[in-house]
Design a protein around this ligand. Structure first.
Ligand code: ZN
Length: 159
């Protein structure tokens, strides 16, 4: 078996359907989360290189607060609730998905070691909920104008 990054040609129907829904950026859950964070007055950068790991990208980055947010696809990142094993080329897929997860943990470890906080959100999660949690953490840091629009009222405080 080769280590090729090119997927095997024959994938079962369920897998190909799942893959067709996957895009590496601007996925629907990601857009929802971004919109929700923005509505709450948080300001961030989108789809940027992970500090110190130029080939890896964070979905949402709060530069001054040093918080990196990743919206992880259930299939690609091995969500415990929704991960499934493709039936065709099972070994190839198992290795590929295991590598993805390994890379995620490496990224987490690297960011942690340089003083960043990593927040990972599964694509299946309720994004309003996720936004509340992210907002709480961002606002608990020393705030900087680059991360927060001070003129926007924080809806998270209503409850
Ligand atoms: Zn999931």
């Amino acid at each position: 078996m080769t280590n090729s990054a090119i997927p095997p040609r024959s994938v079962d129907a369920a897998t190909s359907q799942r893959m067709s829904r996957q895009r590496t950026r601007d996925t629907e859950p990601e857009m929802l989360l971004r919109r929700e964070l923005h509505r709450r007055g948080l300001r961030y950068r989108v789809d940027v290189s992970v500090p110190g790991l130029p080939r890896r990208r964070a979905d949402i980055l709060f530069t001054r607060a040093k918080i990196a947010v990743f919206v992880d696809g259930c299939f690609w990142h091995g969500c415990p609730e929704h991960k499934t094993a493709p039936t065709n080329n099972g070994t190839w897929w198992a290795a590929k998905l295991a590598r993805n997860i390994e890379r995620d943990r490496e990224t987490d470890a690297h960011l942690g070691s340089v003083g960043w906080t990593v927040l990972r959100v599964w694509e299946h999660e309720e994004m309003t909920h996720a936004a509340t949690e992210i907002e709480r953490i961002v606002r608990s840091r020393r705030l900087h104008p680059a991360d927060v629009d001070a003129s926007v009222h924080t809806p998270g405080r209503r409850r």
